[in-house]
Design a protein around this ligand. Structure first.
Ligand SMILES: C[S@@+](CC[C@H](N)C(=O)[O-])C[C@H]1O[C@@H](n2cnc3c(N)ncnc32)[C@H](O)[C@@H]1O
Length: 284
């Protein structure tokens, strides 16, 4: 069968689950990953065909997509801040909002004196996307990253190796940490922040397949990670040190109040491209 013809069938079969635009984007992601063919290649050569063994692969992916398993887990990878990352069921799929946080940190810290080492800690590193992107883009950074999940740390280590950066990964439960082992210029975290009460607005592909350890917090203490990390930042940020968080879009004011009440300075709350409160920075 011609690939173009199969594309129509693929999109139609996914129509009960995804809109045509999304289904088409899956088609081209798979085409590029499995056949190294881009949309333009197909446009230029209408006669390209699939072999029987190609169909076996495509049909099995189609079956998994109908279960709404995220395409990134099916392909085992995703892109974040221009880099490729392995992802699997043990790590959150990095989100574009988090790229905005990384961009903020890079923009503010590339200006700094490049001869001086910048010590950075990423708490709740997951795939390692924040830590690795910072290590790649801030040449004088010395990066550390913590996660409570052993499998996440193993994945993040492979991602650092793949992207050729050095990051010191530490398996540690931040909620049980009284003081960090060293001091930092920057502490950054995208901790779990989705309340159970928000579960009904979470899509099936997230709820059923992404790790709940990475996502959810109790309704009655939604800022538990922010409070704990801010307490640690008070003890372990160096003079002029900066704390950056990705935040729950519904808790912008509450997160800002928490930092104000803890006497943090220069607090700046920012929105993401969708105009939601999404990140905050402050100084000790
Ligand atoms: C929202 S995910 C962020 C992952 C990644 N930094 C990103 O931005 O895509 C939160 C991460 O925090 C980790 N985590 C959850 N509880 C933790 C704890 N008590 N101590 C350390 N890490 C924890 C999870 O395993 C998960 O990888």
């Amino acid at each position: 069968m011609r690939i173009k013809q199969y594309r129509t069938q693929f999109i139609k079969e996914l129509s009960p689950f995804y809109d045509a635009y999304e289904a088409e984007s899956f088609f081209y992601l798979i085409l590029e990953d499995k056949h190294k063919l881009r949309q333009i290649d197909l446009a230029l050569n209408h006669e390209l065909t699939f072999s029987d063994s190609d169909f076996t692969v495509w049909n099995s992916l189609l079956k998994e997509l109908k279960k709404e398993i995220p395409i990134q887990y099916l392909l085992g990878k995703t892109h974040f801040y221009g880099l490729e990352f392995e992802v699997n069921e043990n790590v959150l799929i990095p989100r574009p909002e988090t790229e905005e946080l990384v961009e903020w940190i890079i923009n503010e810290n590339l200006k700094a004196d490049r001869t001086k080492k910048i010590k950075i800690l990423d708490i709740g590193t997951g795939s390692g996307c924040i830590a690795i992107s910072l290590a790649k883009n801030i040449p004088n950074a010395e990066v550390y990253a913590i996660d409570v999940s052993k499998k996440a740390i193993e994945t993040a280590k492979r991602n650092a190796l793949y992207n050729k950066v050095e990051v010191n990964f530490i398996l540690q439960n931040i909620l049980e940490t009284e003081v960090l082992k060293c001091n930092f210029d920057i502490i950054v975290s995208n901790p779990p922040y989705v309340r159970n009460l928000e579960k009904e607005e979470i899509k099936k592909n997230v709820l059923d397949y992404e790790p709940h350890l990475a996502l959810f917090v109790e309704d009655n203490d939604a800022l538990i990670f922010y409070r704990k990390i801010a307490e640690l930042a008070k003890k372990n940020l160096l003079e002029n040190g900066q704390l950056y968080f990705e935040i729950n879009q519904y808790l912008g004011k509450e997160t800002k109040d928490l930092l104000e009440n803890m006497d943090f300075k220069n607090i700046e709350l920012r929105k993401d491209i969708y105009d939601n409160d999404r990140m905050i920075s402050s100084k000790v």
